[in-house]
Ligand binder design. Structure first.
Ligand code: ADP
Ligand code: MG
Length: 698
């Protein structure tokens, strides 16, 4: 398609412009009021909206509609119903009622509920979330909804996110009022999620069971070339990839997704897509959609888009950088430092609230990104470590330091950058350098939370981030509202916060070995794995926090924790079974074939009564392969045994710990032996494409 961006952008979205144009004035107004003030919607309004939506969707080629929701599986769910209704003359009419728009009743018993919903009460509800636009995707009108159980318990990822927005709004407004701002009516969080991914050739992908079942390779010897030349990052984009990116952009634009930047990443075959930021709710829906579209468009190009956090050992994994800030209905960014941050009290209150929140609730942020797949990244020398810390950069760290000491901040003059060549533009050096190693970095006027894995729904980390910041804003506001002298009280508050939470600031290299011991000295948590992190979700502190802000009840938290632990165990279980299958059916038989060839050659040479030196090399290789083969056979039996042993662990946390301590190490050992065998086996015998082929074929 020769795309005209402005024409195709949002063409498949029932957005504000479409609503304004098509809905009767009164309906449009009622709907806007409903969205803005959370008033309840009458069935009449819903009915008119539904009818207009249906007519619009049919023009866009839709025949069905679905309530589109985000259950705890981490991906989106949809169940398609057609618009057709029988007409008396034996024909059909296209119908879509207000009731169908606002409420759905999916048989929800097959979605994870962590015991919240017994299968005998399988009824679940989806309810229209009018704050996110409906859209048409592949002939289906998709209506964004939230999902809850018959008993009213939250079963999805969206509801806590929406609730956490309310909490931020409420308490940020209190701070603004204290600072003399009576005009702002609404505060919301904004997110720009940078999405990393791998592109592989589909034909090669289909030859690997590990990629098909697990989304990552479970075996693979190191290729002669990896990412050591650093020649892929921002490298020129190959034409096959460029064609994919162009197609992808167009599909995303149609859905109203602001796809903006595309570039190559560090690892071969790795790329990144960055959207322009938007309000949290929309950013979350858009990121879920983007991940889905990325995969679908890839297939059209005979490619496969991998979103797994660690598809290849020894090569960088994929993350998702969650750029986060707080914005207002008046267009302000509350994390904008302005020209003199040291004097900008309002900015400092918001900034320090975030710093304190990260320090006080480190464990919650850590567990918000904990998955079996992300465990392969965090702490490896490529992604932020499992330790939370905040990067503020020189200037703001200087400001914080001065506040702590109660002294004036001495501003350093910004350095002029001129590149040493007259014709190049001159500009001032940014006041924060980049620190790519920090898990939580201030980058000019936003924070970049970098611990997220590439496939993760951003709903989880952001409802937690919003809630912990709301909690501290609430605390700050409570204290300042009581104070007789706001100026003095806020100075004291900032000073106290700087002194108490200085330990969470770290501007150095987070990948360095020394940081681990330094962080330990500072008393920072280092929760290395998912089973170590998740139990903190059910701590009294966490239950109190989420309860206070009406985000989740204790029952809902416990069920979520169980779901996440079970996900962890299931992921490793599937990986172990896949490994066993590949070992027994592919790898071990391949080695036998090669051994057979080698033995035949050696035997024939022997039969010719040639001197031993002539078949010595075959013998040595036969010996080496046979040893490795024996080792791998034993390891396969062991893996079988420990995988079966998992069935005895029925409690979710106990099972997860078992998989981490008993199954993963055996898998690692089996892989090491198999990789060594791969390196010593003729390629024609090896049963699936090597790392070299996978990484360098697109
Ligand atoms: P980089 O991190 O590569 O330097 P940018 O700083 O330009 O790139 O932006 C990275 C991401 O941050 C983009 O998705 C951008 O839209 C997003 N972003 C920029 N400003 C904000 C903001 N106020 N709130 C949330 N995200 C933002
Ligand atoms: Mg970035």
């Amino acid at each position: 398609m020769g795309a005209n961006c402005t024409e195709i952008f949002g063409s498949m979205v029932f957005n504000d412009a479409v609503m304004k144009e098509r809905l009767p004035g009164a309906t449009y107004k009622a709907l806007k009021l409903h969205i803005r003030e959370n008033t309840s919607l009458t069935l009449e309004v819903a009915h008119v909206a539904a009818n207009t939506m249906k007519d619009w969707a049919i023009e866009k080629g839709a025949t069905h509609f679905t309530h589109w929701f985000q259950p705890m599986t981490g991906i989106t769910a949809e169940k398609h119903d057609s618009f057709i209704a029988p007409a008396p003359d034996g024909k059909i009419i296209m119908e879509f009622s207000g009731k169908e728009l606002i409420k759905g009743e999916p048989d929800a018993s097959s979605f994870p509920s962590g015991g919240l919903r017994a299968t005998f009460e399988a009824r679940g509800y989806t309810a229209w979330d009018p704050t996110s636009y409906a859209f048409v995707k592949e002939g289906i009108l998709c209506i964004p909804t939230v999902f809850y159980s018959y008993g009213g318990q939250v079963l999805d990822k969206k509801t806590p996110l929406l609730r956490s927005q309310e909490a931020i709004n409420k308490h940020a407004l209190r701070i603004l009022r204290l600072c003399g701002d009576w005009d702002t009516q609404r505060v919301f969080t904004t997110i720009g999620p940078e999405q990393e991914y791998f592109l592989l050739d589909r034909t090669l992908y289909e030859q690997r069971k590990d990629l098909i079942y697990c989304g990552r390779t479970l075996f693979g010897a190191k290729p002669p070339k990896g990412q050591e030349m650093e020649d892929h990052y921002f490298g020129s984009i190959k034409s096959r990839v460029a064609a994919y990116m162009k197609d992808l952009d167009e599909e995303l634009w149609k859905l109203g997704i602001y796809a903006k930047t595309q570039h190559n990443e560090v690892a071969p075959s790795q790329h990144e897509l960055a959207p322009i930021f938007s309000m949290t709710n929309m950013a979350c829906d858009h990121n879920q959609l983007a991940m889905e579209v990325m995969k679908k468009v890839a297939l059209r190009h005979n490619l496969v888009c991998l979103l797994h956090e660690k598809p290849f050992a020894g090569v960088n994994g994929s993350g998702k950088h969650n750029n986060w800030s707080m914005g207002t209905d008046r267009g302000a960014n509350l994390l904008e430092p302005g020209p003199a941050p040291e004097k900008n009290k309002q900015f400092l209150l918001f900034l320090f609230a975030v710093v304190k929140a990260v320090d006080v609730y480190q464990e919650l942020l850590r567990l918000s990104v904990a998955t079996a797949a992300n465990d392969h990244r965090l702490g490896a020398n490529e992604a932020p470590p499992a330790i939370l810390s905040v990067f503020l950069g020189d200037e703001l760290t200087g400001v914080m330091d001065a506040i702590r000491r109660g002294s004036d901040y001495e501003k350093k003059a910004a350095r002029e950058m001129d590149g040493g060549v007259k014709i190049l533009p001159h500009f001032l050096q940014d006041n924060t350098d980049r620190n790519r190693t920090s898990p939580f970095a201030f980058t000019g006027n936003k924070f970049e939370f970098r611990m997220l894995g590439s496939s993760l729904s951003i709903a989880g980390p952001n409802f937690i981030l919003n809630t912990i910041v709301a909690e501290i804003l609430d605390e700050f506001a409570g204290r300042l509202e009581k104070a007789a002298d706001f100026e003095q009280a806020s100075r004291d508050l900032l000073q106290e916060t700087a002194a108490k939470h200085e330990r969470i600031i770290f501007n150095g290299n987070n990948y360095a070995e020394e940081w681990v011991s330094e962080a330990q000295k500072r008393g920072l948590l280092n929760l290395k794995s998912t089973p170590e992190a998740l139990p903190y979700f059910c701590s009294e502190k966490s239950i109190r926090l989420f309860g206070r802000h009406n985000i989740l009840t204790e029952e809902e938290i416990r069920s979520r924790c169980d779901i996440l632990l079970e996900n962890y165990s299931k992921t490793i279980h599937i990986e172990a079974l896949t490994m066993l299958e590949m070992l027994k059916k592919d790898i071990l038989p391949a080695v036998v074939s090669y051994l057979n060839e080698l033995t035949t050659v050696a035997w024939n040479k022997k039969k010719l009564e040639l001197p031993a030196s002539v078949y010595k090399t075959e013998e040595a290789l036969i010996l080496k392969l046979s040893h490795l083969y024996a080792g791998l056979t034993a390891q396969t039996d062991l893996l079988n045994e420990v995988t079966l042993g998992a069935a005895e662990r029925s409690e979710a946390h106990e099972a997860a710990v078992y998989y981490k301590d008993k199954v993963l190490p055996v898998m690692q050992e089996a892989r090491a032996l198999a990789d060594e065998l791969e390196a010593n086996t003729a390629e024609k015998y090896w049963p699936f494409p090597t790392y070299g082929k996978l990484l360098f074929s697109v």
